[in-house]
Write a protein that binds this ligand. Sequence first.
Ligand SMILES: Cc1cc2nc3c(=O)[nH]c(=O)nc-3n(C[C@H](O)[C@H](O)[C@H](O)COP(=O)(O)OP(=O)(O)OC[C@H]3O[C@@H](n4cnc5c(N)ncnc54)[C@H](O)[C@@H]3O)c2cc1C
Ligand code: FES
Length: 270
Amino acid sequence: MIARRDLAVCVAARTDLSPTCFRLTLTAEGPVEAVPGQFGMLSCVEGFDPFLRRAFSLAGVSQRRGSTEVEFLIKEVGKGTTLLRHATPGSELRLLAPLGNGFSLDPGAHRLALVAGGIGLPPVLFAAEVLAGRETRFDLYLGAANVAELLEVERCGKAAAAVGGEAVLTTDDGSRGEHAFVTTALARRLSQGRVYDRVLACGPTPMLAALTELAREHALETELSLEEPMACGVGVCLGCVVELADGRYVPTCKEGPVFPAARLAARWWP
Ligand SMILES: Cc1cc2nc3c(=O)[nH]c(=O)nc-3n(C[C@H](O)[C@H](O)[C@H](O)COP(=O)(O)OP(=O)(O)OC[C@H]3O[C@@H](n4cnc5c(N)ncnc54)[C@H](O)[C@@H]3O)c2cc1C
Ligand code: FES
């Protein structure tokens, strides 16, 4: 297990990806180790307002000479994410990371399906780029409401192409890629006989619910990264509990955020 640390990080770059989403690149002194699916609790300002840090999945971690570059993809939805959107290069923030578990990226896999919905992309992109480096084959299904919300399309395509995989784009309104939900695109390929060892996914709850159903129909092992609202990120406040199939309630931040779909209680889904 990789030990978490409270890191002093510096804003290296902030790049707009859509009218509401941006990439935030931070640098930390020394090495930072993390695996796809893990997340960090990031302060939004140099001071203490807002006091609570916000949870974000790691979208990439790369070692540079003597330092580490940590990447997040963020959607502006409220006070904290608006402050981050306006963070100036050079400003200093705090990051508690890495937190939680990660996706199973077993090297022996024949072919994986990676599925991302909207701002669920970050942990999936991190997984895609790690798998591409390990030459593990995967297809990447990237869905969004519309073309403006399809993020990092080129990076997704490049990672999938590196291992001979397909990058499938879908939009709910048909403005780019297949005019369908991302789960429909996956269902179509499964019914055409495409076989996967495992599905790894992150996205909105209805997408994860549809995926759980699909996984059941096709007896597919599926891992879901959940994004329950979090206050502490370390299992103390119990604000992020989910119910498991065995009746236990567990904090998503400690036992997750990645769970096998079969471990989750059916009534967790809306
Ligand atoms: C493990 C984990 C990983 C995450 N990864 C990412 C990521 O990579 N990129 C990203 O943009 N966001 C991610 N989120 C969601 C992110 O934490 C929230 O969007 C953020 O905390 C909102 O902060 P705010 O101050 O801007 O909004 P607030 O002012 O706190 O809230 C604004 C609105 O957003 C809603 N909201 C707050 N938290 C969540 C949440 N977790 N899910 C859905 N709605 C929420 C609130 O109910 C409210 O309606 C992740 C959450 C978790 C738990
Ligand atoms: S966020 Fe506090 S217990 Fe999970």
